[in-house]
Design a protein around this ligand. Structure first.
Ligand code: ADP
Length: 623
């Protein structure tokens, strides 16, 4: 929390100071009317003490009772007016402060996160990160705004009222302040009790929502399986759980204000009793001194002003605890450092021949080695294809080139330079990556093509689209290049998305290309189109390609067969077929010649499939 104020609050110190000053003065001005009321009763109506206002020179006080009354009316009216102005100023100050800190913090958190390495994202769920960026940052805002100002308000009230009451009558002040610690304790206890109930309620509403979402999404299955009754029961159960959790929280919640009233009522009664008897028969019991009726009124009115701020006491503590937890999460994220940042000082990569070399490269995600002792050489104009069964490590080999991860052993060099010695931005600019799942951002077709090459002209964009065989379908879209693609590009077919991402890469014009199953998820006809567009792309470039359909990489200059992270075969298509090993078997599978496969191959495939499927499930077996 300290870091939050020191680092992020500093830029908004003026608003912060304004909030503090305005809240303090606003609250203090609120103490004036009850004080003046008591004074008016005693000095004007009962004539028991002289009319004296603190800070007001005696010479300014009118002689006559009517004049004093007008002065009192004026002071009371003015203090309400001043209170309103301060209240506005404090709202302005606190909110500006909180919004400002929140904004800077959110942008900073996002910037930090964006620069982190892929292995950071691998370990995190998107939802988890969203929750830090959204909920945690918002949680802090709530505290910075409401929490602080309420805490200050309570502090000023207790101290201000306490000081005023003590200066009037210390003994009765003790009596009147008696409920304060009780109120604080009560609201704290209340919040402590209700928090877990609210948590249970949120969990049950979450479960209910997932159930409903799931059922709406799967309504077709529910109907075909005639599972309506079963699902009705499941929804009813989820709804009943929510009902119970909610009711539990409601039962606690509705006791809060009555409880608070009882406590303040008792305090009121005691103050009223002690003061009343004091007025009637002189100082009761251990008390000494005098009490005037007006003072008594001031006491009664002021002690009532405690209730509302104190009702928030427990909430403030709770807000603080949550804000603390949130700031820990936010700053934990801020403390992460990515290699992009770490490499910012390194020199830019200079590509001349675009010759890529993998020298004895090994790598593992956690403990398990996924790539071992891989050697590769590719030059400009050549295509190297990586093939192998699922999970063999093909994608990983290429992620290493982009430095999504760093090699554990060996080195990857481009034109002789180790890629760890260059600036990461320049490395990634030199490489074009067409992935298995092209991601389109919400926006127009044009924006998606020029993404990453933001200064492209319309003519260049169109040219790239033509080379990617995408121009035709784009001009047939209702808005042409300005057509908005839906979220994640859902309004386009897989092949169209793929071609847009190829156009993006053509526009970027990198020296090195990585095609990660660029033609997966498309039909044969589209594949032919994409192949044609890729043919434009790969000319003059150093290309790595992964394809499940071996037909698409048949003409590669070298085909490297990976199995469990090792290179098991390498050569041209014809050489590998002649070798009659793993590649030849994979080729037979795709040609539909299942009968001619050796039984060991099928057994291994089954075993591997089971391993991969098991690997896809989270370790704890949850969904
Ligand atoms: P391929 O592209 O040949 O299908 P991958 O390179 O995707 O293979 O995966 C190789 C192995 O590494 C697999 O066992 C896979 O489960 C594992 N793997 C892939 N990505 C990760 C990751 N981000 N974290 C941990 N293990 C991973």
């Amino acid at each position: 929390m300290w870091r939050l104020y020191a680092e992020y609050g500093r830029g908004h110190a003026v608003e912060f100071a304004l909030g503090i000053v305005a809240t303090t003065l606003g609250r203090l001005s609120g103490l004036l009317p009850p004080f003046v009321l008591g004074l008016a009763i005693d000095a004007i109506f009962l004539n028991r003490r002289p009319f004296r206002l603190p800070l007001l020179p005696t010479a300014w006080v009118p002689e006559m009772a009517t004049g004093q009354l007008w002065l009192s009316i004026g002071v009371i009216a003015a203090s309400f007016l001043v209170g309103a102005v301060f209240s506005w100023l404090s709202g302005w100050g606190w909110n500006r402060f909180a919004q400002g800190v929140q904004h800077t913090l959110r942008v900073d958190t996002y910037d930090t996160m964006q620069l982190l390495d892929m292995d950071f994202f691998d370990g995190k769920q998107t939802g988890e990160l969203m929750s830090v960026l959204n909920n945690d940052v918002n949680q802090l805002e709530t505290f910075l705004n409401d929490g602080l100002s309420s805490a200050l308000r309570i502090g000023v009230m207790v101290l201000g009222i306490g000081a005023l009451l003590f200066s009037l009558n210390p003994s009765l002040a003790l009596v009147a302040l008696l409920p304060v610690p009780l109120l604080a304790g009560f609201t704290y206890l209340f919040v402590r009790t209700i928090q877990p109930k609210y948590a249970a309620m949120r969990a049950s509403v979450g479960a209910l929502n997932s159930r409903l979402e799931n059922n709406l999404g799967g309504v077709r299955v529910i109907k075909t399986e005639t599972a309506e009754e079963y699902e009705s029961e499941r929804v009813a159960d989820a709804s009943r759980n929510y009902y119970d959790a909610n009711w539990d929280a409601i039962r606690t919640r509705i006791t809060f204000f009555p409880g608070l009233s009882v406590l303040t009522g008792i305090g009121f009664a005691i103050t009223f009793g002690v003061g009343g008897f004091w007025l009637l028969a002189g100082a009761p019991g251990p008390f000494t001194g005098t009490l005037d009726p007006g003072e008594f009124v001031t006491f009664i009115v002021l002690s009532q002003q405690f209730i509302w701020p104190m009702a928030q006491f427990g909430q403030i503590i709770n807000m603080y605890q949550r804000a603390k937890a949130s700031s820990v999460r936010v700053f934990d994220l801020m403390n992460e450092q990515g290699s992009l940042e770490a490499s910012a000082e390194a020199p830019d990569l200079v590509v001349t021949d675009a010759r890529v070399k993998y020298d004895d490269v090994s790598f593992g995600y956690a403990d398990e080695t996924v790539v071992s002792h891989v050697d590769l050489r590719v030059g400009r104009g050549d295509t190297l294809a990586l093939v192998g069964p699922t999970g063999a490590g093909k994608s990983t080999v290429l992620k290493l080139l982009l430095r999504m991860y760093d090699v554990d052993e060996g080195a990857i060099r481009i034109d002789g330079t180790d890629i760890r010695d260059v600036n990461l931005r320049s490395l990634r600019r030199a490489i074009g990556y067409v992935s298995q799942e092209p991601f389109l951002f919400y926006g127009t077709v044009k924006e998606n093509i020029e993404y990453g090459t933001f200064d492209a002209t319309d003519a260049e964009i169109e040219e790239a689209a033509k080379a990617a065989e995408a121009h035709e379908f784009i001009t047939n879209l209702p808005g042409g290049y300005e057509t908005k693609v839906g979220e994640r590009g859902v309004k386009l077919s897989g092949g169209q998305r793929q071609r847009l991402s190829i156009a993006r890469t053509i526009l970027k014009d990198p020296d090195i290309l990585v095609l990660d199953e660029a033609t997966s998820h498309v039909d044969t006809e589209t594949e032919a189109l994409i192949q044609r567009s890729l043919a434009h792309l790969v000319r003059e470039k150093t290309t790595f390609a992964i394809a499940h359909r071996l037909s698409t990489i048949k003409d590669a200059d070298e085909i490297v067969v990976l199995d469990e992270g090792r290179v098991v075969e390498r050569g041209t298509h014809d050489e590998l077929l002649a070798l009659d090993g793993l590649y030849a078997n994979l080729w037979r599978v795709q040609a539909g010649e299942i009968e001619s496969l050796p039984p060991e191959f099928i057994e291994r495939a089954i075993r591997r499939r089971a391993e991969v499927d098991a690997g896809d499930l989270p370790a704890d077996g949850s969904e």
